[in-house]
Design a protein around this ligand. Structure first.
Ligand SMILES: [Zn+2]
Length: 182
């Protein structure tokens, strides 16, 4: 039978990458803060659109976007109880007789403060990369939306102009008929 080494003693205080994050506002990468995006269509015509990248829902654009920044830092963690989750050793700060407890991986606990700082930096970087992907996906989605709405409304205007021309022509013909009938 394999035995799993228990890395920390109950009651021992070690370091854990404590949770923390903040929101940072930055100039919208799509409209550069102007709240307007100019779309140049294939035929060279330019359309000014309210920027969709810095608008929240149906609110007007704000010229800035929010980026979530992970700010994990070492915090003291006192091992209260230990449990096994498959091959993983997990610790909780709750006493062994607690009924509800949150546990963390032993791999995320460190005796050495510097090692914990390095783990925090690694986790913060991972989060930053995910946030970058999320913002990029948002940007691409919003650009598709804006291009779609410019095409849609452009087509709508052409259809309405054509209908209007047809309606005017009909009206002109029926007036001619009236004049003939009189
Ligand atoms: Zn914008």
């Amino acid at each position: 039978m394999n035995s799993i080494p228990i890395p920390f003693a109950i009651g021992e205080t070690v370091w854990f990458p404590g949770y923390g994050s903040r929101e940072e506002w930055e100039t919208c990468p799509d409209c550069a803060g102007s709240k307007v995006v100019t779309l140049i269509q294939g035929n060279g015509s330019r359309v000014d659109l309210a920027c969709a990248s810095c608008a929240l829902g149906y609110e007007p654009p704000r010229g800035v976007i929010a980026r979530r920044v992970s700010d994990r830092r070492p915090v003291p963690f006192t091992c209260g109880r230990v449990s096994l989750d498959g091959a993983k050793v997990r610790y909780s700060e709750s006493p062994p007789d607690a009924t509800a407890y949150a546990s963390v991986d032993a791999e995320d606990l460190f005796r050495d403060h510097t090692a914990c700082l390095a783990r925090c930096a690694e986790l913060n970087e991972q989060y930053a990369a995910e946030e970058e992907r999320r913002l990029l996906a948002n940007l691409q989605h919003n650009r598709r939306d804006m291009a779609w709405s410019a095409r849609y409304w452009g087509r709508k205007v052409r259809e309405l102009e054509r209908d209007l021309a047809l309606a005017k022509a009909r009206l002109a013909t029926s007036k001619d008929h009236e004049a003939v009938a009189r």
